[in-house]
Design a protein around this ligand. Structure first.
Ligand code: FA5
Length: 330
């Protein structure tokens, strides 16, 4: 009889190990713990056991009952805590995580630089936090000039007695380049500039400019206009036209606004791109060059305006909102 109980325990445990899902577990419960199950059957048989063995057999049978009920509860909770892994259909297409792309402004900058590089310009750069010498004084903007007013600039406080500010134009790189290299030179510089302008469809307080500077002997407005026409042809197509309108900048004389004729949503239009002119003799003197010997031309164009016109972007703010629905179009 004792053997029979031990055998039942071994068979029940073995069979429970094989129960891997809720339905086989339930079958196990019915087989061993059910009202007509094997445990009940064994207990019924105890009645016919010799009287003196009954207490011991009864204890063993009860122990077995408790053990099997405990094992059953443990197996059941294991199964509900650990649901079967969802089956994977390896033939289904994968989830498209989407790949990024270069921002439309970055692309525009790279294309513009490439066009100027092919024209023989090398690339220079300068810091975004500038001192007054590079942003104003050396560019012939003397102390007291309205362009230096606190309301037109982002001043950053003083460092070693020198007032610093976020540069308002890439023309600062003209000075940096002339301090670093001897002429003749022919450079372009692209970078961020900052102005406390009110944001609207065509103005932002941080934007990009491309500056061009060429210093050589006997340069004239013809060379300046030729360079701009060449760039317009390379960037906008060979039919592109360039127009100059008289203007004023402290660091060029004479000065002009540059317009380019380009296709804007299917229509040819004149678009203002920036300023230009012949480098003012005061600027050459500020960097120690003799204006009798050296001459130069310079230009500064707004990159956002170029990109907006070229790609039909109606609002400059869209370039900085990082809305994927906008960015994905380019
Ligand atoms: C200048 O910044 C001169 N440094 C350009 C220059 C360089 C003249 C070399 C002569 C020789 P201006 O302030 O006009 O010029 O700005 C040039 C261009 O920057 C503008 O034509 C426009 O395209 C762009 N721009 C100006 N302000 C903003 C703004 N708030 N948001 C976006 N683009 C702007």
């Amino acid at each position: 009889m004792i053997n029979a109980i031990n055998e039942l325990r071994a068979a029940a445990i073995k069979s429970l190990d094989a129960a891997v899902d809720p339905s086989t577990l339930e079958q196990w419960r019915i087989e061993f713990l059910g009202s007509n199950g094997k445990l009940k059957e064994a207990m019924a048989r105890l009645k016919s056991a010799p009287r003196e063995q009954k207490p011991e057999l009864g204890r063993l049978a009860n122990e077995l009952k408790v053990a099997l009920e405990t094992e059953f509860a443990a197996a059941k909770s294991r199964m509900s805590a650990d649901p079967p892994a969802a089956s994977v259909d390896v033939t289904l297409p994968g989830v498209d995580l989407g790949s990024g792309s270069r921002h439309i402004l970055t692309r525009t900058i790279d294309e513009i630089i490439e066009a100027f590089a092919r024209m023989g310009f090398s690339v220079a750069d300068g810091p975004e936090v500038e001192d007054e010498w590079h942003n104003f004084t050396a560019l012939n903007i003397p102390e007291g000039h309205t362009a230096r007013e606190a309301t037109d600039n982002f001043y950053m406080g003083e460092h070693a007695g020198i007032k610093r500010l976020l540069r308002t134009q890439t023309s600062t790189v003209q000075i940096r380049a002339l301090e670093a290299q001897k002429p003749p030179l022919k450079i372009v510089a692209v970078g961020r500039v900052y102005r406390p302008d009110t944001h609207d469809a065509t103005h932002f307080s941080m934007f990009h400019q491309i500056e061009g500077l060429c210093i050589d002997r006997a340069l004239s407005m013809v060379d300046l206009k030729t360079a701009l026409i060449q760039f317009a042809g390379a960037y906008f197509g060979k039919d592109a036209e360039v127009r100059m309108r008289p203007s004023f900048f402290p660091f060029t004389e004479p000065s002009a606004e540059v317009d380019m004729k380009m296709e804007v949503r299917g229509q040819l239009q004149w678009v203002e791109l920036g300023g230009c002119g012949m480098v003012d003799p005061h600027v050459l003197q500020a960097v120690g060059l003799d204006p009798e010997e050296w001459s130069g031309y310079a230009f500064g164009l707004g990159i956002e305006r170029i990109a907006m016109r070229r790609y039909g972007i109606a609002d400059i703010r869209w370039l900085y909102e990082n809305d994927a629905r906008f960015l994905r179009q380019f």
